[in-house]
Write a protein that binds this ligand. Structure first.
Ligand SMILES: Nc1nc2c(ncn2[C@@H]2O[C@H](COP(=O)(O)OP(=O)(O)OP(=O)(O)O)[C@@H](O)[C@H]2O)c(=O)[nH]1
Ligand SMILES: [Mg+2]
Length: 353
């Protein structure tokens, strides 16, 4: 059958558009977020319920506690270690969490098949999250996905959980490309010394925003997209990462947000000038300008060693109104939590004007 030239060229155009769409779909990385244990599941549930999920990512909640799992919002819920834990949690014993993850590992594996980026989100210190996250990361690593742990450290009032958390982080670090660590104690201070329950809510929100923010600047059209290859370059086999967040509105909002994000890193780190790379993520309401985004990038870059690799992305979130939010993630750093030699970060990391 033959068509007149006008019809033919329209058909060619349609085919070309379809081809571009198909290639784009294929090129877009597949992302899975696995929340492990009570805190991990709460984080996933917060993103799913309050933020409508993450564009381009599958949200999975995995816990040994059936009652807790039953109230969690996720794309997929997995009860870990049905035989080992009988749906009753790991009782604060990481060895039990490990065993439970081993029992259910095939289920987890099946759910993340084909993922290019896997986030493992957990609150370290208990049994399930601390024990199972390492087993899960270890089992999924051979798939070749970029494995990013996002964990919180226990509050000082949870002293007895500290050792659990320390051992857990030491092990998780070896199984993930990067583990982004948030110290709940620092977070609570930044958020204004909140009561425990509210502080946990702030932690959920922060981890959720991190995962959603970074993922969506990769998977969907943004003001400035982050390239998956660039993310890989600063996160692959980099160990520990720290994160800082700043929000501001009004005059000089971008400077103030950047300064807060740099001053209030949520993990004590030994020497920020030794960071391998930095990920800058800027979100603003409809009125955010490219100039502001560039300004944020320049300010942060000036405060880092010249060799540090910088990756940045920006997106518009109309719900922010006149506010801007800046997230700074320093990768390849050493944490004092693992070495027990606290130093003050504020003095080390100042924006040079
Ligand atoms: N971000 C956040 N952290 C939490 C939350 N609940 C607890 N945590 C923190 O996470 C740590 C681990 O607690 P859970 O997640 O409840 O423990 P689990 O992994 O379920 O372990 P088991 O209950 O022993 O099986 C705690 O010590 C707290 O520091 C939460 O809702 N959000
Ligand atoms: Mg639990």
């Amino acid at each position: 059958m033959s068509y007149d030239s006008d019809t033919q060229s329209k058909m060619d155009e349609m085919l070309e558009n379809e081809k571009i769409e198909a290639i784009m779909r294929q090129a877009r990385p597949q992302v899975s977020v696995i929340g492990v244990g009570g805190a991990g599941c709460n984080i996933v549930s917060w993103v799913k319920e309050k933020k409508g999920g993450v564009a381009g990512a599958r949200l999975i909640a995995a816990n040994t506690d059936a009652t807790h799992l039953s109230i969690i919002h996720a794309d997929r819920r997995i009860l870990l270690g049905e035989h080992v834990c009988k749906g009753m949690g790991a009782g604060g014993y990481p060895e039990r969490g490990e065993e439970a993850a081993r029992e259910s590992i095939e289920q987890v594996r099946k759910d993340v098949t084909g993922s290019n980026i896997i986030y493992v989100a957990t609150g370290l210190g208990g049994g399930t999250g601390t024990g199972a996250s390492t087993v899960i990361a270890n089992a999924l690593k051979p798939s070749g996905a970029l494995m990013i742990g996002v964990v919180t450290l226990p509050f000082a009032v949870e002293r007895f959980r500290y050792n659990n958390a320390k051992n857990g982080l030491t092990r998780l670090k070896t199984e993930c490309d990067t583990v982004v660590v948030i110290d709940n104690n620092r977070l609570a201070k930044v958020a204004g010394d909140l009561p425990l329950k509210e502080a946990l809510g702030v932690a959920n929100e922060l981890v959720g925003e991190f995962v959603k923010g970074i993922t969506e600047t990769i998977t969907s059209a943004s003001l400035i997209n982050i390239d998956f290859a660039d993310l890989r370059a600063i996160m692959e086999r980099k160990g520990i990462a720290a994160i800082g967040v700043g929000e501001a509105e009004g005059d000089d909002r971008i400077e103030r947000a950047v300064q807060t994000a740099l001053d209030a890193q949520l993990l004590d780190i030994k020497d920020s000038t030794k960071a391998f790379g930095v990920l800058i993520h800027v979100v603003g309401g409809e009125d955010i300008t490219l100039d502001e985004v560039t300004q944020a990038g320049e300010m942060i870059t000036r405060s880092l060693p010249p060799k540090a690799r910088v990756v940045w992305g920006a997106k518009v979130d109309p719900s922010l109104g006149g506010k801007v939010r800046v997230m700074v993630v320093l990768t390849g750093i050493e944490s004092t939590f693992l070495s027990n030699q606290p130093t003050r970060l504020g003095a080390l990391l100042k924006v040079k004007q």
